[in-house]
Design a protein around this ligand. Structure first.
Ligand code: ST9
Length: 143
């Protein structure tokens, strides 16, 4: 089976991030959030052509600066960059979060991604030891 295209991978990653609880065992950094934000805006709205928010809206300015810095990056490139960021963050979580009873729940949110992103980083079995072989439920893409 051919790997789903960049658009399908992007849509899946967007849905996963929108569906995450606001707090969990991993807290994304501002830089990570701004990277996701900027690629999302570039992929969905294209080049930033809005006026820069004023000093009374510092968060708006950070968001605008991140988006604006992407210049004329194409929507396809921005989608690919969003998916690449998703993989990077997933690997970072795997490397840094200590497996416990909450991590298995957390990775449930990522499950839809394994259906569309072939090289999505996979956590070690230790993440799922409480459910004994639960990892087998995550479908692997056939070659
Ligand atoms: C845990 C499990 O521990 C593992 C964690 C994995 C962490 C993955 C990395 C998370 C990155 C988070 C990226 C956030 C990006 C946004 C930052 C904004 C400063 N992608 O519709 P609105 C824009 S879980 C990027 O009003 P919602 C949208 O265009 C614990 N941007 O709000 C708008 O900007 P503007 C950690 C998106 O629907 C602005 O966001 N939990 C996306 O209430 C607000 O949109 C988390 O990290 C998108 N997919 O919230 C929760 N969709 O007005 C992460 C919309 O300028 N999720 N935008 O156009 C969230 O924070 C929210 O679901 C949300 C949308 C901000 C993405």
């Amino acid at each position: 089976m051919a790997e789903p295209g960049c658009g399908a991978q992007f849509q899946a990653a967007v849905r996963v991030i929108q569906g995450l609880p606001r707090s969990g065992s991993y807290r994304p950094s501002y830089e990570e959030m701004l990277r996701f934000y900027s690629y999302y805006k570039q992929a969905t709205a294209g080049r930033c052509q809005e006026p820069r928010p004023g000093f009374w809206d510092p968060i708006g300015r950070y968001k605008w600066d991140a988006w604006h810095s992407l210049g004329r990056m194409s929507k396809e490139e921005a989608m690919a960059a969003y998916v690449a960021e998703m993989k990077k963050v997933a690997q970072k979580i795997i490397d840094t979060v200590r497996p416990d009873e909450t991590t298995q729940e957390m990775f449930r949110y990522f499950e839809p991604l394994y259906e569309v992103i072939r090289d999505m980083p996979r956590p070690p079995d230790a993440f799922f030891r409480r459910a004994g072989g639960e990892w087998g439920r995550v479908p692997a893409l056939s070659p």
